[in-house]
Design a protein around this ligand. Structure first.
Ligand SMILES: O=C(O)CCc1c2[nH]c(c1CC(=O)O)Cc1[nH]c(c(CC(=O)O)c1CCC(=O)O)Cc1[nH]c(c(CC(=O)O)c1CCC(=O)O)Cc1[nH]c(c(CCC(=O)O)c1CC(=O)O)C2
Length: 354
């Protein structure tokens, strides 16, 4: 494979010196871009976009054509694994993701297969290979998965949820069943991410989007414990390079110390914790990724620039910072504002790397 032309992102995750702070955005290939909406219309629906490697590659590269981003993220979704388990993922227009089948008994859980990354999720591995070829060393490619807890909530609720009532009822009244589901998901995510790494993903992120909805005790037992199992099973070196792992629990600001002890290279932060305080707490163990409130992108470019400056100053001088939003960019954001955000990170961070 071609040598990397821009490796800032990987260097920052390994706390190595960089010239400016690298930046990417969660959901950077998405509905806020008119070209994404055109590709999605051409593909017919979201799953056809994800399941066709050429389309997935086209969409992955769209934000890179517009902005000097320092990483590409595989265009896919976290719900590919439940879909490969046979739950039948579909998207109603204007609705979030839905499943045809739900999981709520031990029998349902025991019947779930552990997907084979090449046989059952080969379209994702093909997308990784296709994107790596197209990137041709321009920037690193990030692979990703949902966390076992986050995936379990979709499988038990049958789609997105605000209060996770079915998932939490199962967790508290039948913890054995929830553990069986989470264990199966941990095995599935481990082989899924290893498949992406072997196909060419140069870093991986675990999205624990709904970990923050748990109590401190339940987070340790039902979310972090299973992400730890995944981290213990991941390929950490490939193609002569370390493959950094980023752990992101939205709403996990109180639990950074135990996340940092999991052995990952970096933690993703949402906007509710101060990145300077987070660095003081765990900066000796991990790099940090984040953490601007995505809604700041609704403000005018001068205000975006000021908030970027505040976060850079909070992190301070030195290595180990990847700039990102604190959660995915939202569909209503003006693409010009995303451009102002990225430009501000590069321009305002040079002073912290001298
Ligand atoms: O209508 C469409 O085109 C499908 C929308 C879409 C989906 N995945 C998508 C896209 C493209 C985009 O983000 O615009 C595409 C998508 N899903 C994901 C990613 C990875 C990333 O965030 O960069 C991406 C973008 C990948 C890329 O930029 O190349 C992963 C994902 N899917 C999901 C989640 C859970 C969450 O949102 O936190 C997450 C974690 C994202 C995050 O934390 O920012 C589950 C999911 N998938 C989806 C949705 C509906 C989108 C929404 O309402 O926000 C949702 C959210 C929900 O309803 O629970 C479908």
């Amino acid at each position: 494979m071609t040598a990397l032309k821009n490796d800032r992102f990987l260097r920052a995750l390994l706390k190595q010196p960089v010239d400016v702070t690298p930046v990417w955005m969660m959901r950077q290939a998405g509905r806020y871009l008119p070209e994404y909406r055109a590709s999605r219309a051409k593909a017919g629906d979201f799953m056809s976009l994800c399941m066709n490697p050429e389309f997935a590659c086209e969409v992955t590269l769209q934000p890179l054509e517009r902005y000097p981003l320092d990483a590409a993220i595989l265009f896919s979704d976290i719900l590919t694994i439940p879909d490969a388990m046979g739950l039948g993922l579909y998207f109603e227009t204007g609705e979030g993701p839905r499943f045809k089948k739900v999981v709520n008994t031990m029998a349902d859980i025991e019947a779930l297969p552990i997907p084979d990354p090449d046989k059952d999720l080969g379209y994702v591995m093909d997308a990784v290979r296709t994107i790596r070829r197209e990137l041709n060393g321009r920037v690193p490619l990030i692979g990703f998965s949902g966390s076992p807890w986050t995936l379990a909530t979709y499988m038990v609720e049958g789609g997105s949820s605000k209060d996770f009532r079915k998932s939490k009822a199962l967790l508290y009244e039948n913890p054995q069943a929830m553990h069986a589901l989470l264990d199966k998901l941990a095995q599935s995510v481990t082989s899924y991410l290893n498949g992406q790494i072997l196909a060419g993903a140069q870093a991986v992120q675990i999205f624990d989007s709904w970990g923050g909805s748990l109590s401190a005790a339940a987070y340790q037992e039902f979310s972090l414990a299973y992400m730890q199992k995944i981290v213990n099973g991941l390929i950490r070196e490939h193609d002569g390079r370390r493959v950094p792992v980023i752990l992101f629990t939205k709403g996990g600001g109180l639990w950074l110390e135990s996340m940092a002890d999991s052995g990952v290279e970096a933690l993703g932060l949402d906007w509710t914790c101060d990145i300077g305080a987070a660095r003081a707490r765990v900066g000796d163990k991990v790099a940090l990724q984040g953490n601007m409130d995505p809604s700041v992108l609704y403000a005018k470019p001068e205000a975006i620039r000021a908030e970027v400056g505040r976060i850079l100053a909070a992190y301070g001088h030195g290595n180990g910072h990847v700039f990102n939003l604190g959660h995915g960019i939202t569909p209503e954001v003006d693409p010009a504002h995303a451009g102002a955000f990225i430009e501000a990170v590069h321009e305002l961070s040079a002073q912290y790397h001298v």
